[in-house]
Write a protein that binds this ligand. Sequence first.
Ligand code: TMP
Length: 208
Amino acid sequence: MIGRLITLEGLEGVGKSTNMEFIQRKLQEAGIDVDVTREPGGTPLAEKIRALVLDTADEPLPDLCELLLIFAARSAHLENRIRPALDHGRWVLCDRFTDATFAYQGGGRGLPLEIIARLEGLVQSGLKPDLTILLDTPVEIGLERIRERGGTDRFESQRLEFFQRAREVYLSRAQQEPERCVVVDANRPLTQVQDDLAKIIEVYLSNF
Ligand code: TMP
Protein backbone atom coordinates (compact mmCIF):
# COMPACT_ATOMS: atom_id res chain seq x y z
CA MET A 1 0.00 0.00 0.00
CA ILE A 2 1.51 3.31 -1.10
CA GLY A 3 0.47 6.59 0.47
CA ARG A 4 -0.60 9.54 -1.65
CA LEU A 5 -0.05 13.26 -1.22
CA ILE A 6 -3.04 15.45 -2.03
CA THR A 7 -2.70 19.22 -1.83
CA LEU A 8 -5.31 21.95 -1.78
CA GLU A 9 -4.28 25.33 -3.14
CA GLY A 10 -5.79 28.74 -3.70
CA LEU A 11 -5.50 32.39 -2.81
CA GLU A 12 -6.77 33.89 0.45
CA GLY A 13 -10.52 33.82 0.90
CA VAL A 14 -11.32 31.04 -1.62
CA GLY A 15 -12.82 28.77 1.07
CA LYS A 16 -9.84 26.49 1.62
CA SER A 17 -10.53 25.65 5.28
CA THR A 18 -14.15 24.58 4.74
CA ASN A 19 -13.18 22.52 1.72
CA MET A 20 -10.18 20.90 3.45
CA GLU A 21 -12.67 19.48 5.95
CA PHE A 22 -14.97 18.37 3.15
CA ILE A 23 -12.18 16.55 1.29
CA GLN A 24 -10.96 14.95 4.51
CA ARG A 25 -14.48 13.66 5.16
CA LYS A 26 -14.82 12.27 1.62
CA LEU A 27 -11.50 10.41 1.92
CA GLN A 28 -12.42 9.03 5.34
CA GLU A 29 -15.81 7.89 4.06
CA ALA A 30 -13.91 5.95 1.38
CA GLY A 31 -12.00 4.18 4.18
CA ILE A 32 -8.75 6.08 3.68
CA ASP A 33 -6.46 6.77 6.61
CA VAL A 34 -5.61 10.42 6.03
CA ASP A 35 -3.17 12.70 7.83
CA VAL A 36 -4.31 16.31 7.51
CA THR A 37 -1.65 18.98 7.66
CA ARG A 38 -0.67 22.41 6.34
CA GLU A 39 2.17 24.54 5.03
CA PRO A 40 4.06 26.43 6.12
CA GLY A 41 3.90 24.30 9.25
CA GLY A 42 2.79 20.78 10.07
CA THR A 43 5.46 19.93 12.68
CA PRO A 44 6.45 21.84 15.85
CA LEU A 45 9.62 23.16 14.19
CA ALA A 46 7.88 24.05 10.93
CA GLU A 47 5.09 25.81 12.87
CA LYS A 48 7.75 27.99 14.56
CA ILE A 49 9.09 28.89 11.12
CA ARG A 50 5.50 29.61 9.98
CA ALA A 51 5.16 32.18 12.75
CA LEU A 52 8.40 33.86 11.59
CA VAL A 53 7.10 34.00 8.01
CA LEU A 54 3.58 35.23 8.78
CA ASP A 55 4.09 37.60 11.70
CA THR A 56 4.75 41.21 10.99
CA ALA A 57 8.03 42.01 12.78
CA ASP A 58 10.08 45.17 13.29
CA GLU A 59 12.83 43.90 10.99
CA PRO A 60 11.97 43.53 7.29
CA LEU A 61 12.02 39.96 5.97
CA PRO A 62 13.92 39.98 2.65
CA ASP A 63 12.16 38.04 -0.11
CA LEU A 64 14.95 35.47 -0.47
CA CYS A 65 15.01 34.96 3.31
CA GLU A 66 11.23 34.35 3.22
CA LEU A 67 11.68 31.79 0.43
CA LEU A 68 14.46 29.97 2.31
CA LEU A 69 12.41 29.90 5.52
CA ILE A 70 9.48 28.39 3.64
CA PHE A 71 11.69 25.67 2.18
CA ALA A 72 13.33 25.11 5.59
CA ALA A 73 9.87 24.55 7.06
CA ARG A 74 9.00 22.27 4.12
CA SER A 75 12.16 20.21 4.64
CA ALA A 76 11.26 19.58 8.31
CA HIS A 77 7.64 18.83 7.38
CA LEU A 78 8.65 16.41 4.63
CA GLU A 79 11.31 14.52 6.56
CA ASN A 80 9.54 14.42 9.93
CA ARG A 81 5.92 13.97 8.92
CA ILE A 82 5.01 13.64 5.24
CA ARG A 83 7.55 11.03 4.09
CA PRO A 84 7.12 8.83 7.19
CA ALA A 85 3.33 8.93 6.70
CA LEU A 86 3.59 8.05 3.00
CA ASP A 87 6.10 5.29 3.76
CA HIS A 88 3.53 3.78 6.14
CA GLY A 89 0.88 3.83 3.41
CA ARG A 90 -1.02 6.77 4.88
CA TRP A 91 -2.48 9.45 2.69
CA VAL A 92 -1.55 13.04 3.41
CA LEU A 93 -3.91 15.94 2.73
CA CYS A 94 -1.95 19.19 2.87
CA ASP A 95 -3.37 22.71 2.94
CA ARG A 96 -0.94 24.36 0.46
CA PHE A 97 2.42 23.07 -0.74
CA THR A 98 5.08 24.08 -3.27
CA ASP A 99 2.60 25.46 -5.83
CA ALA A 100 1.96 28.18 -3.22
CA THR A 101 5.68 28.99 -3.21
CA PHE A 102 5.71 29.38 -7.00
CA ALA A 103 2.55 31.52 -6.76
CA TYR A 104 3.39 33.73 -3.76
CA GLN A 105 7.20 33.96 -3.74
CA GLY A 106 7.52 33.60 -7.53
CA GLY A 107 4.43 35.41 -8.82
CA GLY A 108 3.67 37.65 -5.86
CA ARG A 109 7.18 38.62 -4.74
CA GLY A 110 8.73 38.27 -8.19
CA LEU A 111 11.54 35.83 -7.29
CA PRO A 112 12.82 33.84 -10.30
CA LEU A 113 10.85 30.63 -10.81
CA GLU A 114 14.13 28.77 -11.68
CA ILE A 115 15.45 29.45 -8.16
CA ILE A 116 12.25 28.03 -6.67
CA ALA A 117 12.47 25.00 -8.97
CA ARG A 118 16.08 24.41 -7.84
CA LEU A 119 15.12 24.55 -4.17
CA GLU A 120 12.17 22.27 -4.89
CA GLY A 121 14.57 19.72 -6.43
CA LEU A 122 16.97 19.99 -3.49
CA VAL A 123 14.39 19.78 -0.71
CA GLN A 124 11.89 17.38 -2.24
CA SER A 125 14.21 15.07 -4.24
CA GLY A 126 11.48 14.37 -6.78
CA LEU A 127 8.55 14.17 -4.35
CA LYS A 128 5.54 16.00 -5.78
CA PRO A 129 1.84 15.87 -4.91
CA ASP A 130 -0.11 13.06 -6.58
CA LEU A 131 -3.17 15.30 -6.86
CA THR A 132 -3.50 19.07 -6.48
CA ILE A 133 -6.86 20.81 -6.33
CA LEU A 134 -6.73 24.53 -7.04
CA LEU A 135 -9.68 26.56 -5.78
CA ASP A 136 -9.87 29.58 -8.04
CA THR A 137 -11.80 32.84 -7.72
CA PRO A 138 -11.22 36.33 -9.09
CA VAL A 139 -8.78 38.05 -6.74
CA GLU A 140 -11.20 40.82 -5.69
CA ILE A 141 -13.72 38.29 -4.38
CA GLY A 142 -11.22 36.47 -2.16
CA LEU A 143 -9.77 39.73 -0.84
CA GLU A 144 -13.22 40.99 0.05
CA ARG A 145 -13.74 37.88 2.19
CA ILE A 146 -10.38 38.47 3.90
CA ARG A 147 -11.31 42.07 4.65
CA GLU A 148 -14.61 40.93 6.17
CA ARG A 149 -12.83 38.56 8.54
CA GLY A 150 -10.12 41.14 9.30
CA GLY A 151 -6.98 39.24 8.19
CA THR A 152 -3.75 41.20 8.55
CA ASP A 153 -0.80 38.78 8.35
CA ARG A 154 2.20 39.53 6.08
CA PHE A 155 0.42 38.08 3.05
CA GLU A 156 -3.16 39.13 3.72
CA SER A 157 -2.04 42.76 3.80
CA GLN A 158 -0.53 42.59 0.27
CA ARG A 159 -1.96 44.64 -2.56
CA LEU A 160 -4.34 43.41 -5.25
CA GLU A 161 -1.55 43.14 -7.88
CA PHE A 162 0.43 40.74 -5.66
CA PHE A 163 -2.51 38.33 -5.65
CA GLN A 164 -3.19 38.83 -9.34
CA ARG A 165 0.38 37.75 -10.14
CA ALA A 166 0.06 34.83 -7.70
CA ARG A 167 -3.19 33.71 -9.33
CA GLU A 168 -1.60 33.80 -12.80
CA VAL A 169 1.22 31.53 -11.65
CA TYR A 170 -1.21 29.14 -9.96
CA LEU A 171 -3.32 28.89 -13.13
CA SER A 172 -0.36 28.51 -15.45
CA ARG A 173 1.12 25.71 -13.32
CA ALA A 174 -2.25 23.95 -13.31
CA GLN A 175 -2.37 24.27 -17.10
CA GLN A 176 1.19 22.94 -17.49
CA GLU A 177 0.57 19.91 -15.27
CA PRO A 178 -2.97 18.73 -16.08
CA GLU A 179 -2.21 15.15 -15.01
CA ARG A 180 -1.67 16.39 -11.44
CA CYS A 181 -3.78 19.55 -11.13
CA VAL A 182 -7.52 20.18 -11.25
CA VAL A 183 -8.90 23.72 -11.14
CA VAL A 184 -12.25 24.26 -9.40
CA ASP A 185 -14.21 27.46 -9.90
CA ALA A 186 -14.73 28.48 -6.26
CA ASN A 187 -16.76 31.56 -7.16
CA ARG A 188 -20.02 29.60 -6.91
CA PRO A 189 -22.29 28.45 -4.09
CA LEU A 190 -20.52 26.05 -1.72
CA THR A 191 -22.79 23.13 -2.63
CA GLN A 192 -21.74 23.37 -6.29
CA VAL A 193 -18.07 23.64 -5.39
CA GLN A 194 -18.39 20.61 -3.14
CA ASP A 195 -20.25 18.61 -5.80
CA ASP A 196 -17.20 19.14 -8.02
CA LEU A 197 -14.82 18.22 -5.21
CA ALA A 198 -16.75 15.03 -4.49
CA LYS A 199 -16.55 14.05 -8.18
CA ILE A 200 -12.83 14.78 -8.36
CA ILE A 201 -12.18 12.57 -5.32
CA GLU A 202 -14.46 9.85 -6.68
CA VAL A 203 -12.69 9.81 -10.07
CA TYR A 204 -9.28 9.88 -8.40
CA LEU A 205 -10.17 6.95 -6.14
CA SER A 206 -11.65 4.95 -9.00
CA ASN A 207 -8.13 4.68 -10.47
CA PHE A 208 -6.96 2.47 -7.60
P1 TMP B 1 -2.89 30.04 5.27
O1 TMP B 1 -2.48 28.90 6.12
O2 TMP B 1 -3.92 30.92 5.83
O3 TMP B 1 -3.19 29.61 3.90
O4 TMP B 1 -1.66 31.05 5.25
C1 TMP B 1 -0.42 30.75 4.81
C2 TMP B 1 0.12 31.94 4.09
O5 TMP B 1 1.44 31.64 3.66
C3 TMP B 1 -0.68 32.31 2.86
O6 TMP B 1 -0.86 33.70 2.81
C4 TMP B 1 0.21 31.91 1.72
C5 TMP B 1 1.59 31.92 2.30
N1 TMP B 1 2.47 30.92 1.71
C6 TMP B 1 3.51 31.36 0.91
O7 TMP B 1 3.68 32.54 0.72
N2 TMP B 1 4.33 30.43 0.35
C7 TMP B 1 4.18 29.09 0.55
O8 TMP B 1 4.94 28.28 0.02
C8 TMP B 1 3.08 28.65 1.38
C9 TMP B 1 2.89 27.19 1.62
C10 TMP B 1 2.26 29.61 1.94
